[in-house]
Design a protein around this ligand. Structure first.
Ligand code: FEO
Length: 392
């Protein structure tokens, strides 16, 4: 493989991972991913910006085969899908030094056992001249670890943003010409790892104002020639106003919960609320994360088993609590045979959500007419609350 040029003296030296289907043993990757590394060659010095997941190191190796010298490895982020091949790079290029944020330095030591003498922290706003190519380091914390930074190549207007603005998408195209074709994957990535930090990310977006941004080059997925497209999308996602939408995470053992979910879904839809029911027996949690970015209401619907919520919904409840979305209202629908504490347990599992709890529905056995009426009333309450917020 040879490096693919994205601007004079700037090349993509990354790896596309077409077949990866799970990240962190947790996050589904329905469309694979890539680990984007970049080589910036100035008149005097050469910098490698990030590396690749060690399982794909051979692809980086082949692209660096004809590169005689690397002076700097810029580690925008300590996570191993970007930093994991740094030890090999340092071995190949004994003169190379690693530059990273101050918070990243000890993390590289802890995660990769790097020689501390070869790692130098850089300050927010510090610049480095490679000879006709100037790198400016901009700390952009919590996208999604505390140490993350971006690197701006001033002469070419390229922002190397690592996870920030990234998308898990394997593609042979370097650039997305039609920005919308990557929107879903970028939103999925934002939702899965950055949603809990959206207020800090908003400040990071503010830090980018005033840069002559011509290209955003993240370390996953394709690059953006129209940076404003993805910046505007992030502005929307980090905002505080939810959409007029409700999520129902559910499972059913003998059909009682299922018919209630069907009724509630229809009743919400009739009232103009966009509904996203997720049957946790078959649902992609990444898809759920995407909908959590904007939803105003979360409803957990499940049978009571072992005196509490059916375990199939617990992953979804845990995810919602961990991602701290802007959801405003919540409720519970449950059926039971002989008792239990499903409602109280679910409430106790989502302390991070600043929600108003709407009247739950607890049904013994199969739902009767009065229960369906209660579900209609729940839909009416949700639509009314959304209306009070001016959501359309
Ligand atoms: Fe793509 Fe946080 O690593």
């Amino acid at each position: 493989m040879i490096p693919r040029q994205i601007a004079p003296g700037v090349s993509w030296t990354g790896a596309v991972d077409w077949d990866r289907r799970l990240f962190d043993a947790l996050i589904p990757l329905p469309e694979g991913t890539s680990y984007n590394a970049y080589l910036v060659q100035g008149k005097d010095k050469t910098a490698l910006i990030d590396t690749v997941e060690p399982t794909k190191r051979h692809l980086l190796e082949s692209q660096l085969e004809a590169v005689p010298r690397v002076d700097y490895v810029i580690a925008n982020h300590a996570e191993q899908d970007h930093s994991g091949s740094i030890p090999w790079v340092l071995e190949k290029y004994p003169e190379a030094k690693v530059l990273c944020s101050a918070l990243c330095q000890p993390m590289l030591d802890e995660l990769l056992c790097l020689d501390p003498g070869r790692v130098r922290p850089v300050a927010d706003g510090e610049t480095l001249s490679l000879g006709g190519k100037t790198l400016r380091f901009i700390t952009t914390p919590w996208v999604h670890w505390p140490e993350t930074m971006s690197t701006f190549l001033e002469e070419d207007g390229i922002l190397f943003s690592c996870d920030f603005f990234g998308s898990h998408l394997a593609t042979s195209r370097l650039f997305i010409e039609e920005g919308h074709s990557v929107h879903d994957q970028a939103k999925r990535y934002f939702a899965e790892i950055m949603l809990p930090f959206r207020r800090t990310i908003e400040k990071n977006l503010d830090k980018l104002r005033g840069l002559d941004l011509r290209v955003i080059a993240p370390s996953h997925g394709p690059l953006y020639r129209q940076p404003q497209f993805i910046i505007d999308a992030y502005r929307d996602w980090v905002g505080e106003t939810p959409r007029n939408s409700a999520i129902i995470v559910w499972t059913s053992m003998h059909g009682s919960t299922e018919v209630m979910v069907e009724h509630l879904t229809a009743a919400l839809a009739e009232r103009g609320v966009a509904v996203h029911p997720f049957n946790m027996a078959v649902s992609d949690i990444g898809r759920l994360a995407i909908e959590l970015v904007d939803a105003a209401t979360l409803i957990v619907a499940c049978p009571t088993v072992h005196a509490g919520p059916h375990p199939a919904v617990l992953e979804a409840v845990h995810l919602a609590n961990a991602l701290r979305p802007k959801v405003r209202f919540a409720s519970v629908v449950t059926s039971y045979g002989w008792g239990g504490k499903t409602v109280d347990i679910i409430k106790s599992l989502i302390p991070n959500l600043k929600v108003e709890f709407l009247e739950p529905l607890v049904v013994k056995g199969y739902p009767r007419e009065k229960d369906f009426q209660a579900l209609t009333a729940m839909a009416e309450a949700v639509a009314g609350k959304h209306g009070d917020l001016g959501l359309k």
